[in-house]
Design a protein around this ligand. Structure first.
Ligand SMILES: Nc1ncnc2c1ncn2[C@@H]1O[C@H](COP(=O)(O)OP(=O)(O)OP(=O)(O)O)[C@@H](O)[C@H]1O
Ligand SMILES: [Mg+2]
Length: 1023
């Protein structure tokens, strides 16, 4: 697929013209050379490019394989596109025709010509499909569309047959009109059929078949149906089907085709009864073929096949006896009297065959009439628009045929083609001339071969071949084919295009036998055998046979054979054929024609057979066509198209030409250096005489193309990037403004809030001393809140920390409660945390404080010093009691002696060198005296009534406060501690007293003073 697309692109650029040739023959440099023409066709065919133009004529080469170029996508590609913009295709022609019809509102026609098997019917189907697919269609018109499409398989089944040239050869000419309404929707159709090759019903050449429908019925028909029709599923059994010895063809599937045809008949709207009648007739033709004659008892000629006769009378709906008689006798009117005379064996066979042909031929015509009724435009809704509808006609006739033996049929067919050729050339010439005139360019007459001379030879009045044939048929006496030939020789002898055995000279005589005449057609020479000309031209059906059929109660037959025909005494019209050409001519002349010719390039394998192609190029008159087309200018384009394509080649026209188009083109061609003889400027078109001028321009364009592409790319990229940038920028701006807006609104909100608060705060401050009121409630709450929050965040950390923030007036009471609670809480926590030793320590400290606080000078210094369990570690570990080294002063003489004081739970003792010196029970200890100074003296007052007991003890130690505290706690009762300011009096013995005087001085000094007192000087630590 991709490969093909590439081809299309390549082709359109014309760069690959060496490989794929030119897509329009007028661009062939050597346009008079047939070899160049064929070479171009060959190249294109090699690349699967089967379509080429000659101006507006489309030449198509039958590829004989599916090229996949007829898809819906292809149809779309050609829809509404200018004819020359895109590679040649039948769809381009179809679309062009359609648009011409719509814009010009004139009826159009597409003529298709070509040899048998070239693909004319295929093309006409493609065109129909194109219209069916691309034209606007409403629901209720879709039935019509389906009928149009479905008419083909039906007509092909009845009118096509396998021939040596084509497995699906059309054996009738067809002109189809498709009617379109003002909107361009197909609204109706009409088919004109020309000259069915009826002889095929009774005879086929070797290798050919009868019409498809017979085989389809036998192959595809249900068993019931066949038995009803008295048929067997075997084509070999039927005389009319075995002549060609070719019942089966590999490319044809009769069974499937049968189904298609049956379905199509229903779609088209055939009634079941009608289909039944139709099949009866088909079957009766087969039975007729098998009807045999033989000699009866009395030597008369009679029918020997009774069963066939029975079936015939049943199927044809006629009286059996009457039919029997009509098949073996003829009715003659002589001198006003009717006479019946028996037929000879040969005559009977001929009469039988004539009946078969007549029945089949008329049934075919009836079929076309029926199809036309179903396609007819009959909708009331559209009646008003009927006047504005236009038609497109499609002419698909059988192609030019030359066989070894050519008969009346070939003569008609070839004449038809001759007429068509005339039309082709005329139309090309006419359109060429019209164009030149329209463009204001002087028309130089073109010399071309005019085949009018041959047409006249055939159709001329009185002196034409057909007139002579008619005359000969109607002549009284014994006209025969030979007498007809003689008449021809007499009348036409000496005509350059007519030769017979007698008329030819020695050299060419051999080429024509005695029963032949040769026509030198435009396409070539053809020998026609005159045998059967008269019979075929006459209607051979005997009157009595016709009468019998006219009596038929079969609906279809009674419509085919009118009763008036028999009552009408006038001899029947002879040349049924005449309307063939007149129709063709009158029709096509009134229309604008679009032409399509087709070449059949292959014989057996898919190879380009040059000889075959050359022959067809010749007989289709393509070289002549090209010559006419190229007589003036090879190439023409509208100014606009031309300028649009080539404007980049001239700086003045690039990128846009601002003035008149014609001036633009003039400027352009001047810049390109066209010489005056190379071109002409018309009113709307430029005409270029030689292809090479165009090609050099094309080449310049090709060379220029990379730069153009670059420019386009750059600008496109620039544009795209800039557009992208602008989009982003716009987006950024939007985001920014939204963001900024949001931030500012937030800020403003916050500010307003702050202002409100400040305002409330100030107001509250002013009213702070008032009762709670709206003015101050915020302030008060805030005060309260901030006070509580401050407490919450910053509560007193330790029990010793006595600081407490000052509460606002409203919270004074609460604050006190809180403070107390807080303290209590802290204390509770402190107490819980406290260790037993520490507790003990504290208890001792408390005792010490009770005793010494504000009494003794050395107390403050002692507070931070911890009390220890014992100052004598050994003692403590042994006895668990407190011990300390002390100095004992004798009461007399005050001699100082080192001692250890040990305190147990119930007594204290003084020990010297492990000897107990004195034991003091706590129970006997009356009090203790210490000075208020910072000395370490203490006096333990012990009652002296007991002689055993020594009296008061004077001791000095370093840790006096600790010792006294321990003593006080251990004694477990409130020992009185006397704090004396300047002296302590103590008992020495029996009424005698000692005194210690204390003074403060710079340093500690202990001395005996004159009064016999002990004088202790202690420094003052705390002033
Ligand atoms: N465009 C095509 N693509 C492929 N195959 C084609 C094409 N045209 C024709 N053929 C083949 O060629 C065969 C003959 O074509 P067609 O029946 O259209 O010939 P014709 O010109 O109508 O012949 P005749 O004059 O005998 O009726 C077709 O059956 C088909 O196989
Ligand atoms: Mg055909």
């Amino acid at each position: 697929k991709r490969y093909r697309e590439v081809h299309l692109v390549m082709e359109s650029t014309l760069t690959a013209r060496d490989r794929v040739g030119v897509q329009d023959f007028v661009l062939l440099e050597n346009y008079t050379s047939e070899a160049a023409f064929i070479e171009n066709l060959r190249r294109r065919f090699g690349e699967n490019l089967i379509y080429t133009y000659i101006g507006s004529v489309l030449v198509s080469v039958n590829p004989n394989k599916d090229l996949e170029i007829y898809s819906k996508a292809h149809m779309e590609r050609y829809r509404g596109v200018s004819f020359y913009e895109i590679s040649p295709h039948i769809y381009a022609v179809s679309d062009n025709t359609y648009r011409a019809m719509r814009t010009e509102r004139r009826d159009q026609c597409i003529l298709i010509s070509g040899e048998s098997g070239a693909g004319k019917t295929e093309v006409s189907k493609k065109i129909l499909q194109y219209y069916a697919t691309t034209c606007p269609v409403t629901d209720h018109l879709s039935t019509l569309r389906d009928r149009l499409l479905q008419s083909n398989p039906v007509l092909e089944a009845f009118g096509n047959a396998k021939t040596l040239r084509n497995d699906n050869s059309s054996r009738f000419g067809k002109y189809m009109d498709v009617q379109f309404d003002f909107r361009g929707a197909p609204i109706g159709g009409h088919i004109l059929n020309y000259l069915l090759e009826k002889s095929r019903v009774v005879h086929q050449n070797h290798g050919e078949r009868n019409f498809h429908i017979f085989y389809q019925l036998l192959e595809g028909g249900e068993q019931d149906l066949l038995s009803k029709l008295g048929l067997e599923r075997n084509a070999q059994k039927y005389q009319y089907l075995v002549k060609g010895c070719c019942p089966r063809v590999s490319s044809i599937n009769d069974k499937n085709d049968w189904r298609t045809v049956r379905k199509a008949l229903t779609v088209i709207g055939f009634h079941e009864d009608e289909v039944e009648d139709l099949l009866n007739i088909i079957a009766s033709v087969l039975h007729l073929g098998n009807t045999q004659f033989g000699e009866g008892k009395n030597g008369e000629n009679q029918i020997t096949t009774e069963p066939q006769l029975k079936y015939l009378s049943k199927l044809l709906g006629v009286d059996g006896a009457a039919l029997r008689e009509a098949l073996t006798h003829k009715k003659i009117t002589a001198k006003g009297e009717e006479m019946i005379s028996p037929l000879s064996f040969e005559q009977a066979v001929a009469a039988r065959d004539a009946l078969a042909k007549a029945v089949y031929g008329r049934t075919f015509t009836w079929l076309v009439v029926k199809i036309n009724q179903s396609l007819a435009f009959k909708d009331d809704v559209y009646n008003s628009s009927k006047g504005s509808s236009s038609v497109i006609g499609l002419l698909d006739i059988y192609g030019f045929e030359v066989f070894q033996h050519n008969s009346f049929e070939q003569f008609c067919i070839n004449y038809c083609n001759e007429k068509l050729q005339q039309l082709f050339i005329e139309l090309t010439l006419k359109s060429e001339q019209e164009e030149y005139e329209a463009e204001g360019i002087t028309w130089e007459p073109v010399k071309y071969f005019d085949n009018k001379i041959i047409c006249d030879l055939v159709e001329g009045k009185h002196k034409g071949l057909i007139s002579i044939l008619d005359e000969e048929c109607l002549r009284p006496g014994e006209p025969s084919d030979i007498s007809f030939l003689e008449k021809l020789e007499d009348t036409l002898g000496g005509h350059a295009h007519f030769v017979t055995h007698k008329l030819s000279n020695g050299k060419t005589r051999k080429a024509v036998s005695r029963e032949e005449f040769k026509l030198i057609h435009y396409a070539g020479e053809v020998n026609y055998s005159v045998n059967g000309f008269l019979d075929k031209n006459k209607d051979l059906l005997y009157r009595n046979l016709k009468e019998v059929i006219c009596q038929s109660n079969c609906q279809v037959l009674s419509q085919c054979f009118h009763r008036e025909e028999v009552t009408d005494q006038k001899r029947p019209e002879t040349v049924r054929y005449t309307h063939t050409h007149t129709h063709t001519h009158t029709h096509t002349h009134s229309l604008i024609c679009h032409l399509s010719v087709i070449i059949h390039p292959v014989k057996s394998i898919r190879r380009f057979d040059e000889a075959l192609v050359r022959h067809q190029v010749k007989y289709l008159g393509l070289m002549e066509n090209l010559r006419v087309r190229r007589a003036g200018f090879a190439y023409r384009r509208h100014y606009e198209t031309f300028l649009q394509r080539y404007k980049s080649l001239c700086p003045r026209t690039w990128p846009n030409w601002q003035g008149r188009l014609a001036d633009g083109v003039a400027t352009l061609v001047q810049h390109l250096g066209y010489k005056p003889e190379e071109y002409k400027l018309g009113k709307t078109k430029i005409f270029i005489r030689f292809p090479k001028t165009l090609f050099s321009t094309e080449d310049s364009l090709e060379a220029r193309r990379p730069a153009l592409v670059l420019t386009l790319q750059t600008s496109w990229r620039g544009y795209r990037e800039r557009a992208k940038y602008l989009r982003i920028r716009q987006a950024v701006i939007v985001i920014q403004s939204a963001w900024r807006g949001m931030i500012s609104r937030q800020k403003a909100r916050r500010r307003r809030h702050a202002v409100d608060i400040i305002r409330k705060f100030i107001k509250g401050f002013i009213y702070r001393h008032y009762e709670r009121c709206p003015e101050n409630e915020y302030f008060l709450d805030h005060q309260r809140f901030s006070f509580l929050m401050m407490l919450f965040r910053n509560p007193p950390k330790s029990v010793l920390d006595k600081s407490w923030p000052i509460p606002p007036p409203c919270l004074t009471e609460a604050s006190e409660h809180l403070c107390r609670l807080c303290m209590r809480n802290m204390m509770r926590a402190y107490c819980r945390r406290i260790q037993p030793e520490w507790k003990k320590q504290m208890e001792q400290k408390v005792v010490a404080s009770q005793i010494f606080k504000d009494q003794k000078d050395s107390y403050p210094q002692s507070v931070p010093k911890l009390f220890v369990a014992s100052r004598l570690s050994r003692v403590h570990s042994l006895t668990q009691c407190y011990g300390i080294a002390v100095t004992k002063y004798d009461r007399r003489g005050y001699k100082a002696r080192p001692r250890q004081l040990l305190l147990t739970s119930s007594f204290a003792m003084l020990v010297a060198e492990a000897k107990l010196k004195q034991r003091i029970d706590y129970a006997t200890l009356r009090s203790i005296s210490v000075s208020s100074l910072s000395d370490g003296f203490m006096v333990l007052h012990v009652p002296s009534e007991d002689n055993k007991q020594k009296s008061d003890v004077v001791l000095q130690c370093d840790h006096l406060i600790e010792v006294v505290t321990k003593l006080a706690t251990m004694a477990d009762k409130k020992i009185k501690v006397n704090m004396s300011q300047d002296s302590i009096t103590f008992a020495v013995a029996r009424g005698k007293e000692g005194v210690i005087d204390f003074t403060s001085g710079p340093e500690l000094k202990v001395a005996k003073c004159k009064k016999g007192h002990l004088l202790v000087t202690a420094p003052k630590l705390n002033p």
